[in-house]
Write a protein that binds this ligand. Structure first.
Ligand SMILES: [Zn+2]
Length: 465
């Protein structure tokens, strides 16, 4: 097994949790583990599921340096076709330009991988079940993209592959050649909006992965299609196919600002140690049983899917203190996120309000089962303890990749409940707390938060000098 560091859990407990939670992440031995902070190449990827964590038990952590993202064929865009960068209107509200998205068709090939059927865990997928699955993916991703993306069923078929092994990469390679009369052969799905989803009937190595962007793609999953277990993985992988990268978590070891330059926010950073997947309020983080939380705001904004946000910058007229009320991100009205450009560093920060409602009501984050990682030198970063009564206001940043895509990461800017130790932190801001960007370019104060009235923040920019 080639897994990343197990943080805060013994290896034996880790294995137990993985077994009981139903998730194992094992890159094939002949494939190099991916460095998640770098762009993917055709020969360097890891075939690994997003780790699955149970909402009712201590979550499984690990595989911090592996990913489940496959590169698209050369020449395909990491962004969905029809999308482009955003403009900013005169009032600082982001506006989409050339918003496309459109209809995505899923073609489900159910694979009985080995000759035997006695080793099958999952039944085949009927036409009715396939239609239901397409409806579930449509419901989720249409909501995440404010209606820009719709998902329909292109077809469903059953295949007996008669293979001797259950390697996910080998199964996917075999399926791509033959599925749906060769429709996905030679990676010719780029730009079509067509997605091949291979569901194995065997559990195999319990992996799943997708392709990042390209307006189409391929997915393989060893987790079936049930709403509780299979769907969270498929929703995550479909997000990759739409161009989304992972939702991660960062703790900057700076106890005065809790912040650092963009260049310090990397997976191998010691200034701002960052853990892959470690965000329970984003479907692109860990996969959790029955959980389909909203995608967080940074990638929605940068991919052009979220338009109901404000951009705040001292160069766009917002010179003095700006007080803004954020509506819950998983809601349907109001300003649902803010993007702040630091006038001194040029770095981007994102602020959002997450509440125990909408998609986020499925999240483990509001389960009040605090889970903490020991990070480095006595630092701890915690999750799962956001208040279901008040919700959580959090500050996020991005991790750029060479090909222009970005991953999301939360900043641990809050000290955890009942502790004043600045080394113990979580992403949730306290009411009255003032966050100061490392450059000193702006401050952000959380004035109040309530699911009914929203979260009030005040952003004050400082002089460039
Ligand atoms: Zn993934």
């Amino acid at each position: 097994m080639q897994a990343g560091p197990v943080r805060g859990l013994s290896a034996a407990f880790f294995a137990l949790v993985l077994c009981t939670a139903g998730a194992v992440a094992t890159p094939p031995g002949n494939v190099a583990a991916d460095s998640t902070a770098k762009a993917h190449s055709a020969t360097a990827f890891a075939a690994v599921a997003p780790p699955m964590a149970s909402a009712s038990a201590a979550p499984a952590h690990g595989t911090a340096t592996t990913g489940d993202e496959l590169p698209g064929p050369s020449g395909t865009s990491p962004r969905p076709a029809g999308r482009s960068s955003l403009g900013i209107d005169a009032t600082g509200v982001g506006i989409g330009i050339g918003i496309g998205g459109g209809t995505q068709r899923i073609y489900i090939s159910v694979a009985n991988v080995t000759k035997s059927t006695s080793d099958n865990t999952y039944a085949t997928v009927s036409q009715t079940q396939a239609t239901t699955l397409a409806g579930e993916l449509n419901s989720y991703w249409s909501r995440q993209t404010d209606g820009a993306v719709s998902v329909v069923l292109g077809g469903v078929e059953q295949r007996s592959l008669g293979m001797s092994s259950c390697s996910a990469t080998a199964v996917l390679d075999a399926e791509k050649k033959v599925a749906f009369s060769g429709k996905f052969a030679n990676d010719n799905w780029g730009g079509t909006g067509d997605h091949l989803i291979v569901i194995t009937q065997e559990k195999c190595a319990q992996q799943s992965f997708g392709t990042v962007g390209g307006d189409g793609g391929t997915i393989i999953s060893n987790f079936g299609t049930s709403a509780a277990n299979g769907l969270p993985f498929l929703a995550h992988e479909f997000g990759h196919n739409l161009g989304f990268r992972h939702a991660n978590a960062t703790l900057c070891r700076n106890t005065s600002t809790y912040d650092a330059p963009q260049s310090s926010i990397t997976f191998d950073s010691t200034t701002c140690p960052t853990t892959a997947y470690d965000d329970y309020l984003d479907v692109m983080g860990y996969s959790v049983k029955s959980a389909l939380p909203h995608v967080s705001s940074p990638q929605l904004i940068e991919l052009g899917y979220l338009q109901a946000y404000r951009t705040l910058t001292s160069l766009s007229g917002a010179l003095g203190p700006v007080t803004l009320t954020l509506s819950p991100l998983a809601g349907t009205s109001g300003v649902r996120a803010a993007k702040i450009i630091d006038p001194r560093s040029g770095d981007a920060y994102y602020v959002e309000y997450r509440t125990d409602a909408g998609e986020d009501a499925t999240s483990a984050e509001f389960s009040s089962v605090q889970a903490c990682h020991s990070i480095l030198d006595g630092y701890k970063r915690c999750n799962l303890d956001s208040s279901p009564t008040y919700g959580t206001v959090r500050i996020l940043r991005t991790i750029p990749y060479d090909n222009g895509t970005v991953a999301t990461t939360t900043l641990a800017v809050g000290t955890i409940s009942g502790s004043t130790n600045k080394k113990y932190r979580h992403p949730s801001m306290a009411v009255g707390q003032v966050f100061t960007a490392y450059s000193g370019g702006f401050t952000l104060k959380l004035n109040s938060r309530s699911p009914a009235k929203g979260a009030s923040i005040t952003v004050t920019f400082k002089s460039l000098l």
